[in-house]
Ligand binder design. Structure first.
Ligand SMILES: [Fe+2]
Length: 333
């Protein structure tokens, strides 16, 4: 039986939790978590992120068991999420299937939604060959590092997110075969039924509009910062930088390619604006991207690692990679 004082816990970001014994196994960890739930909850609020390493967590089922033992919240689906991903089992998904050579900047998962997840979990099934670190950042520090004029504008004007999802488009299927980038609304909402989509839109405070050829436009207006409900700390909490269509985010080649292809605004995946429908200056979006990059911590994976993040206090993203990489993910709220 493992005891809490047999763990080594670093004070780093993320905090690493390992056993002082070499032969500790998953079942011992599960029992320990059950007995010291509050200890792990407090650690998460303090450090923002922690990693269980070397506990023989071997597959998606083990990963789900660790999440359940922590009892931070109930599993939630990726409804409304825009990143292409596959469902592995029940509430465990692959992390993004976005193109490997794309750098995904820091963000909190689904932070553009009213009902955003409170925690995100990652599990390393296959270590990346080259690159492919998950990157993380402290959203408390990031808010402090933002230019106060930019923060004030974002807070005062609020953000309107617009997304366009296709239905049965041959062109979009072809584009996705070349490079998986767009999602259809049945994938986003996990249903083929339009009325079910509308029910889910209402529940999430999305405005929706059915467009030509059954494309769907959804819109929502959200604040740019948030106060953590338990720690009362203020954090940067939005995805304006991921919804803006610009070369700094996409890389020049991808940007120009997409600009030629998605010349119509109605088929562009995302748009971002202030709630009064005025444009956010490009230089302010670039400032946000710069601050995020300056506050990025790289986390190189080891097979079997489970990383737990408070999805309000901590942001995550992904470094580009080549070769094999399989990271699974799950959310709770
Ligand atoms: Fe994400």
């Amino acid at each position: 039986m493992m005891k809490i004082n047999e763990l080594d816990i670093t004070e780093s970001f993320p905090a690493f939790i390992t056993s002082k014994r070499i032969n500790a196994d998953k079942n011992e960890l599960i029992t320990l978590i059950h007995e010291h739930k509050n200890f792990f909850h407090d650690l998460l609020l303090k450090q923002g992120a922690f990693v269980f390493r070397n506990f023989g967590i071997n597959d998606a089922a083990d990963f789900a068991e660790v999440i359940e033992a922590l009892e931070l919240g109930d599993f939630v689906n990726y409804i409304g999420g825009d990143s292409p991903r596959d469902k592995v089992k029940d509430k465990v998904y692959t992390s993004t299937e976005a193109p490997p050579n794309l750098h995904i900047p820091l963000h909190q998962e689904l932070s553009f939604m009213k009902n955003h997840p409170k925690h995100i979990y990652f599990y390393c099934e296959i270590e990346p060959d080259v690159g492919g670190s998950t990157i993380i950042g402290d959203a408390r520090q990031i808010l402090k590092a933002m230019n106060s004029r930019v923060t004030a504008q974002f807070q005062e004007k609020k953000l309107t997110y617009v997304s366009h999802y296709y239905y049965q488009s041959m062109i979009m299927k072809f584009v996705n075969r070349l490079q998986r980038s767009h999602k259809s609304w049945p994938e986003v909402f996990e249903t083929q039924s339009k009325s079910e989509v509308e029910t889910k839109c209402l529940a999430n405070e999305f405005d929706w509009k059915w467009l030509k050829r059954d494309w769907l436009e959804i819109q929502q207006t959200r604040p740019a910062t948030l106060t953590h409900p338990l720690t009362q700390e203020n954090v940067w909490f939005n995805q304006a930088h991921l919804y803006d269509f610009n070369p700094k985010l996409l890389g020049l080649q991808r940007y120009l390619g997409a600009k030629l292809f998605y010349f119509r605004k109605s088929t562009r995946l995302h748009e971002i604006m202030y709630a009064d429908k005025t444009q956010i200056p490009r230089k302010d979006i670039y400032h946000v991207l710069d601050v995020l990059n300056q506050n990025t911590v790289s986390f190189p994976w080891k097979q079997g690692d489970v990383m737990v993040l408070d999805n309000i206090l901590s942001m995550h993203g992904r470094a580009p990679f080549s070769g094999k990489r399989r990271i699974l993910t799950a959310l709770t709220a």
